[in-house]
Ligand binder design. Structure first.
Ligand SMILES: Cc1cc2nc3c(=O)[nH]c(=O)nc-3n(C[C@H](O)[C@H](O)[C@H](O)COP(=O)(O)OP(=O)(O)OC[C@H]3O[C@@H](n4cnc5c(N)ncnc54)[C@H](O)[C@@H]3O)c2cc1C
Length: 339
């Protein structure tokens, strides 16, 4: 039996914890419940619901809202619908992330994982073991802390940033009620809006850090005024808070090492345009969780690592194709950097 501490109880951390615990290992999941930012309004693509059920069991995904598709003004001013209902693997899901994450933690607890409401504050290694927060001893530490990479950062693992993309996110009352994600491109980047639970929706601008002026709400509102579709969801004179989320593509130089492994966004984070983060994070974390106790630092994990590289390679070619489909502002920095 391997003793494991998983740092971060998001979807990837829970997927790792559940599968490792089912394999008979002793798993502690550190859950930092202080969350300051608005949720980004994530959706699972078609097939994502089946994936959640295959890892966590029935009864989790059903409490979320069906996503019927995406409608996008991309390459022209007209909204074009991409309907999930005609996709071979059916519809997607608009997630209530607070509920989703809390249900996944409950699944982990039922699988025998000990969930501890604590942040990683110290990490020491001696005689082949980790000492976490001065009190928990483990053979293996798993970084599932998302983009901050709480463990990989402490271990000095280098990151390769493909861009400096961020998302400016505002949460508004939902007056439209459509169960779709709507996307609109503009000279400074692209916008999306998606429903949130409790009659709210998110409206977000994805752009590059250096294209913001010092007042991010001002950039958000000035850019919003130039949109055709997004300003129907939020008035350009609004005074709702605008939060900033890192949203670039980032790859860690190493995804595992002596007694540690990184999963989810802590390992590789993707452009939100791909809607790939959650599915890849959960699939790869569940896979890694099943490898515990086998050839943990050998060929099995090397093969697993290649899976991430393949996902990133596919992501890069899809991303290039998607951005190349928008040619209306070839000189604008956001677009010329991506063509
Ligand atoms: C604007 C935007 C829109 C997106 N839209 C989509 C979408 O539509 N579909 C999609 O699939 N993906 C989307 N994503 C990506 C998706 O949000 C991530 O891929 C996903 O949340 C990663 O899951 P994770 O479990 O790896 O990390 P997270 O969900 O970030 O979870 C990490 C957890 O670790 C905790 N933590 C952090 N530091 C510590 C610490 N020191 N100690 C203990 N705990 C810690 C955090 O509090 C958090 O609970 C989007 C991302 C952005 C930025």
């Amino acid at each position: 039996m391997t003793s494991i501490v998983v740092v971060g109880a998001g979807p990837a951390g829970c997927a790792f914890a559940v599968t490792a615990a089912r394999g008979g290992h002793d798993v502690v999941l550190l859950h930092d419940d202080r969350r300051g930012k608005a949720w980004a309004g994530e959706a699972l693509p078609a097939g994502g619901g089946e994936l959640v059920t295959s890892i966590f069991g029935p009864g989790v995904i059903e409490s979320h809202h069906i996503a019927y598709g995406t409608t996008a003004a991309w390459g022209s001013d007209d909204l074009v619908t991409h309907d999930f209902m005609t996709h071979w693997s059916g519809h997607g899901w608009h997630l209530d992330r607070a509920r989703f994450d809390s249900d996944l933690r409950a699944c982990a607890q039922r699988a025998g994982v000990r969930v501890v409401a604590e942040r990683l504050s110290s990490l020491k290694r001696s005689s082949g073991h980790w000492m976490i927060n001065e009190q928990v001893r483990a053979d293996l530490i798993v970084d599932a802390s998302g983009r901050p990479g709480a463990v990989v950062g402490r271990l000095g693992v280098r990151s390769h940033r493909f861009d400096d993309q961020i998302a400016l996110v505002a949460t508004v009352a939902d007056t439209g009620g459509e169960q779709v994600t709507t996307i609109e491109s503009g000279a400074t980047g692209w916008w999306y809006t998606a429903p949130l639970p409790l009659g709210k929706r998110v409206v977000a601008l994805v752009t590059d850090t250096d294209l913001l002026n010092s007042d991010r709400a001002e950039t958000f509102n000035a850019t919003l005024a130039d949109t055709i579709h997004m300003k129907k969801y939020i008035h350009p004179d609004h005074s709702n808070p605008v939060t900033m989320h890192p949203a670039g593509t980032v790859q860690r130089a190493d995804l595992y090492g002596d007694g540690w492994i990184a999963v989810g966004d802590a390992a590789t984070s993707f452009d939100p345009l791909s809607s790939q983060g959650l599915v890849t994070g959960m699939v790869m974390a569940a896979h890694a969780g099943r490898l515990v106790g086998t050839d943990l630092v050998g060929t099995d994990l090397a093969e697993w690592d290649r899976g991430y590289l393949d996902a990133l390679t596919e992501h890069e070619s899809l991303r290039t194709a998607m951005y190349s489909a928008e040619q209306r502002w070839p000189e604008a920095p956001f677009w010329s950097r991506r063509h």
